[in-house]
Design a protein around this ligand. Sequence first.
Ligand SMILES: Nc1ncnc2c1ncn2[C@@H]1O[C@H](COP(=O)(O)OP(=O)(O)OP(=O)(O)O)[C@@H](O)[C@H]1O
Ligand SMILES: O=C(O)C1=C[C@@H](O)[C@@H](O)[C@H](O)C1
Ligand SMILES: [Mg+2]
Length: 292
Amino acid sequence: MSAPVPGKDDPEAEEAFLRLLGERVRGLRARRGMTRRILARDSGLSERYLAQLESGQGNVSILLMRQLARALNVPLRRLVADAGDESDDLVHATELLRSLDGPRQAEARDLLARAFGDADPEQRRHRIALIGLRGAGKTTLGGLLAERLDVPFIELDREIERTSGVSLATIFEFYGQAGFRRLERSCLDRILEHHPRFVLATGGSIVSEPATFERLLSACYTVWLHASPAEHMERVVAQGDMRPMAGNDESMADLRRILEGREGLYRRADADVDTGGRPPAASLDALIAALA
Ligand SMILES: Nc1ncnc2c1ncn2[C@@H]1O[C@H](COP(=O)(O)OP(=O)(O)OP(=O)(O)O)[C@@H](O)[C@H]1O
Ligand SMILES: O=C(O)C1=C[C@@H](O)[C@@H](O)[C@H](O)C1
Ligand SMILES: [Mg+2]
């Protein structure tokens, strides 16, 4: 039996995607009042090829797709968006956000999260979620904090393993990053549904999944635990934990790169605690102070 390819669709789903692409091109062309002949001329594709594509039978290369997008004057992402990502409201709201500069985009995102987030602010204070890189102290401090607050301590990675009945390594091997992310999201949703109070230790990479991270931020009081890269590495190695980080082998360079890639997201937490250069008991006091 050949190895599974988690990113590959079955042939029916592939056909459905090509049909969607064809309908999308036909719809955009119609809305613009362009004949197939004109679009063929402006994009450099032959009329015959365009007809094939519009009927869902053309698997067009990315460069030809870019030519088509330019001729239709739409961003390339609009042609290849997943089903459901193309309502006019979503497209217009996205364009509005894109017209703002960086700081105002962040402001707009926070406004939207406040207006449409599902959290009751009072309940949010009783749901504490620890985020941070491996070795930050999420498990160590999370357990101590839960004991102190007399609330359940939940480890999201362990919940994912318990629900799926297999180890994280097996999930990644057979279902890929995408499969892990789906399980992570459904476990988080279930925890939020069943527990009004808890301390939750999340997986270090939860911040890389925008929808899941937004849900976490809106439903929980989040605290970013961090130490210096060297301390993170020291702690991970001392635990004999040789799990690959984001698919790479362990090295300081990888760890720095991962931290760099995630730092801007970790910073969105409600509070942060530096767990470096002090014992866990001192970090626990700092964590409790950060919740006050
Ligand atoms: N100030 C401190 N706060 C928390 N942990 C500390 C501190 N100083 C040293 N440590 C040690 O660092 C390690 C932290 O590991 P821990 O498993 O809690 O991190 P984690 O964030 O849960 O990592 P992972 O993402 O791999 O689950 C523990 O061995 C702990 O004893
Ligand atoms: O930091 C990471 O990249 C990860 C940490 C783990 O807790 C798991 O959530 C997963 O293996 C990814
Ligand atoms: Mg842990």
